[in-house]
Design a protein around this ligand. Structure first.
Ligand code: HEC
Ligand code: HEC
Length: 310
């Protein structure tokens, strides 16, 4: 037998004591409810809301859309329109930036090298796009500023070139790649002869050497039976078609002469190269990996932005 808690009941009783109350709803609740009803009516009028067949009510405010240029997988441009939201706004902006970038790339591609270098606006683009391309593809070997690393990769910022520093030669290097090759001489020459040659090579860069050994080395260098001059030239200045190093410019790539303090250590470094030969220097080909306009831009970047071009 339950107790009656309030007088406001509907009068129905179930199960002897179960009654239905008719207390009024709290005022604050009721008013909130009315407000939501009013709000929804206003919302339906103002904004897109109700489906009608395949369409929907557009509301007084209408539907904001955003137009943008999209690129299909095969590179075709198509105009698209979509509802405005942050995502589509970002997409539209990205696409616009890409389209603008493509225009610049095309402009660089269509302009002769010398004219690109003279055009301040184009060079501004070359500097920024080139920097990105360079750090993505080249910096792992040539370092971020292009300064290279002895025994690993050549410096691209100086005006000494193994394969040539003209636009055409740099373009050729990038497209087809390069591999400098020098045969090992350990089976052909005696240790003493290799020491003499090393002294001669070091003397060409103004290093202090054993002059008698260097003189003997000079003879060996010119000796057709040994053949150094065939690749490095009689003046030892190298041959860019072959990528044989200039041995007279104090610039070392494979023999780590700069790291050595004393004359004996320097001789050892050069001897290592002559003894074992070289085939480590592999500059990969980018012809299949980068687009032609990217290679052209990088050519200008290496030649003019990094600064050592000829
Ligand atoms: C895997 C390492 C590696 C990467 C990546 C690489 N290079 Fe090289 N690059 C080399 C090496 C090593 C040589 C020297 C080859 C030799 O002397 O036999 C070289 C040579 C060159 C030369 C010729 C230098 C001269 O004195 O003639 C240029 C120019 C060059 N690289 C530019 C680039 C650019 C631009 C990129 C990026 C697209 C790039 N390299 C990416 C390793 C690399
Ligand atoms: C078949 C051609 C060839 C012959 C022969 C040859 N060289 Fe070389 N040499 C090269 C090439 C190519 C390079 C650069 C390799 C590279 O950059 O990857 C080189 C590099 C060198 C270097 C390293 C330079 C540096 O910057 O570290 C030295 C030293 C050198 N040669 C000395 C000699 C001497 C001495 C002889 C004769 C005993 C000789 N070479 C014979 C092709 C040749």
């Amino acid at each position: 037998m339950g107790q009656q808690t309030t007088k406001n009941t509907t009068g129905h009783v179930w199960d002897d004591d179960l009654q239905e109350l008719t207390n009024p709803l709290p005022r604050w609740w009721l008013w909130t409810f009315y407000l939501t009803v009013i709000f929804s009516v206003i919302y339906w009028i103002m904004y897109p809301a109700w489906p009608i067949g395949k369409s929907y009510t557009k509301g007084v405010e209408g539907v904001n859309t955003i137009k943008y240029t999209a690129r299909t997988v095969d590179g075709k441009e198509v105009q698209k329109e979509t509802h405005w939201n942050m995502r589509s706004k970002l997409m539209a902006e990205t696409n616009e930036a890409e389209a603008r970038q493509k225009q610049w790339f095309d402009k660089v591609a269509a302009t002769p090298y010398e004219d690109v270098a003279k055009d301040a606006e184009l060079m501004q683009f070359v500097n920024s796009a080139g920097k990105t391309l360079f750090s993505d593809n080249c910096a792992p070997c040539h370092m971020s500023g292009g300064q290279g690393k002895v025994t690993f990769s050549p410096n691209l910022t100086d005006d000494s070139w193994i394969f040539g520093g003209t636009y055409e030669k740099i373009h050729q290097t990038l497209t087809g790649g390069r591999t400098g090759f020098m045969p090992p001489f350990k089976d052909m020459l005696k240790e003493e002869q290799i020491t003499q040659l090393a002294n001669y090579v070091l003397s060409l860069s103004g290093e202090k050497v054993d002059t008698a050994a260097a003189a003997a080395g000079a003879e060996l260098f010119k000796n057709p039976g040994v053949g150094c001059f065939v690749c490095h030239g009689p003046d030892a200045k190298g041959n860019q078609d072959m990528g044989s190093a200039n041995l007279t410019d104090k610039i070392w790539l494979w023999a780590n002469v700069p790291a050595q303090q004393d004359a004996a250590g320097k001789v050892e470094e050069v001897k290592k190269v002559i003894t074992g030969g070289l085939s480590r220097g592999v500059m990969p080909a980018w012809g299949g990996r980068l687009k032609p306009e990217q290679i052209k831009l990088l050519t200008v970047y290496v030649h003019d932005s990094l600064g050592g071009g000829k």
